[in-house]
Design a protein around this ligand. Structure first.
Ligand SMILES: [Zn+2]
Length: 279
């Protein structure tokens, strides 16, 4: 597995986990078979699940501030509109969870960000790109994600999970190609298709806290990872997902990585979030 680099980021690199709010939806979206009727339980309850919205900020001595994903953006329930904002409902709103406020907790300003990495371009991750319109900040995303997202919007296939407003040519899109891309020393992007064709995870090797792996929506909830249970109605390419799952397990084995899943509440709150940082 030569793709698993354990080279550390330079001394002085910092990581903040950003909390960007909550949403709630039927857990059938996130877990295959959830709520399925059986002979002994013919009308099981439809369980709704509270999820967290996440982003991460890295301060890298040579590359400056790098933002991993941007959350859903401002006023997203209005922008998504019905039925999406009814299916994936915002709960417990707090202005502290806006992207700009979350970045401010780290002692930085959103204007100081030098690069953005998009694990994938679904609307709950790419909405915050609206804050970077009219700037020349590079937005790194896998070639296959960029192609699939623009195609999905243009042809209106799988339109519910992408927002045309997030996918505009005026942004400084920087595609990367192949299975692994080193953005900076100790900062790697691992292509892990399945949930989307170009989904990529962020691997960060820190000096003291060790390796971090931000899986974005390769896993929505911890059961996807722990029980090898694929996603429910949001699953796409199952075979690719299984291969990516093997890659995650290999990285975890090799590095003993701290895993941060796309939306898992319990896992997120096991760690500390901004203003606390890891180095
Ligand atoms: Zn998501």
């Amino acid at each position: 597995m030569s793709n698993i680099s354990t080279e550390k980021a330079p001394s002085g690199t910092k990581l903040w986990l950003l909390h960007l709010g909550y949403l709630e939806a039927d857990q059938g979206f996130f877990l295959q078979g959830a709520g399925a009727a059986t002979m002994s339980q013919q009308a099981p309850p439809n369980i709704r699940r509270k999820m967290v919205l996440i982003s991460a900020l890295i301060e890298h001595p040579t590359q400056g501030l790098i933002l991993f994903e941007t959350g859903p953006g401002e006023d997203y329930p209005e922008k998504w509109g019905p039925p999406v904002n009814d299916i994936f409902a915002r709960t417990d709103y707090n202005p502290d969870h806006e992207l700009e406020a979350a970045v401010r907790k780290t002692g930085h300003d959103i204007k100081d960000i030098k690069a953005i990495v998009m694990g994938h371009l679904h609307l709950d991750h790419a909405g915050g790109l609206e804050k970077f319109r009219g700037t020349n900040i590079p937005i790194y995303v896998h070639e296959k994600e960029l192609k699939h997202a623009f195609y999905s919007v243009a042809t209106k296939t799988d339109l519910g999970v992408y927002q045309p407003k997030d996918l505009v040519p005026e942004l400084n899109w920087q595609a990367f190609h192949g299975p692994v891309f080193e953005l900076a020393q100790g900062v790697l992007l691992q292509h892990s298709p399945g949930h989307t064709p170009g989904l990529s995870m962020l691997q960060l090797n820190l000096e003291n806290s060790g390796t971090w792996l931000f899986t974005t929506d390769q896993y929505h909830v911890h059961e996807n990872y722990e029980n090898s249970t694929p996603q429910g109605w949001l699953a796409r390419d199952h075979k690719a997902w299984v291969r990516s799952h093997q890659l995650v397990k290999a990285i975890a084995r090799r590095t003993d990585a701290s895993l941060v899943f796309g939306h898992d509440l319990e896992t997120f709150f096991k760690y500390q979030h901004a203003p606390h940082f890891y180095n």
